[in-house]
Design a protein. Structure first.
Length: 166
């Protein structure tokens, strides 16, 4: 395995202490694969919120990738108090997989040309503007799944001109 030249990693894990970050990838993968020339990844780590003293921010996660010169790494971190859970999503960009799971309201901007299937999850409501961002970011989407129990606060409705002609 030490002669591996390309690695595409798609991983979803539950972690007890902290999120997977750039330091973990470097120490546990990159430093052991000396012939690695191409490394793409999409990693979602979940953290059960118990009594952690410090919770990582998105800035902490981004800082952990400061030595990844050949990669543009996108990350976002969110905490869900109702579920007592945190989520961190890190991925190399451009993103080449055909599915993207557990997208939250704080999805960073970007165009995901290869993604055909997405799932959305958040404790906060998905507003109309978010769906406009989804449509722009995922131009070839075929399947959309939504897990959200909160109603929209800023409902958007547009009446056609025919409705006004009575």
């Amino acid at each position: 395995m030490s002669n591996l030249e390309e690695l595409d990693l798609y991983l979803s894990v539950h972690y007890e202490k902290r999120f997977i970050d750039g330091y973990d990838l470097k120490e546990n993968i990159i430093n052991h694969l000396l012939e690695l020339k191409k490394f793409t990844f999409n990693i979602r780590s979940l953290l059960y919120l118990n009594d952690q003293i410090y919770l990582s921010s998105n800035e902490d996660i981004q800082h952990s990738f400061k030595d990844f010169y050949d990669h543009q790494v996108i990350s976002y971190v969110d905490y869900f108090s109702n579920r007592k859970q945190g989520q961190c999503q890190i991925y190399s960009f451009p993103h080449h997989v055909q599915y993207y799971d557990y997208i939250i309201n704080s999805l960073p901007d970007g165009i995901f040309e290869h993604v055909r299937e997405i799932s959305l999850f958040d404790e906060r409501p998905f507003e109309h503007e978010f769906f406009l961002r989804i449509a722009k970011s995922f131009p070839l989407i075929e399947t959309l799944s939504i897990n959200n129990k909160q109603p929209q606060k800023n409902k958007f409705s547009q009446q056609s001109n025919d409705d006004d002609q009575h």
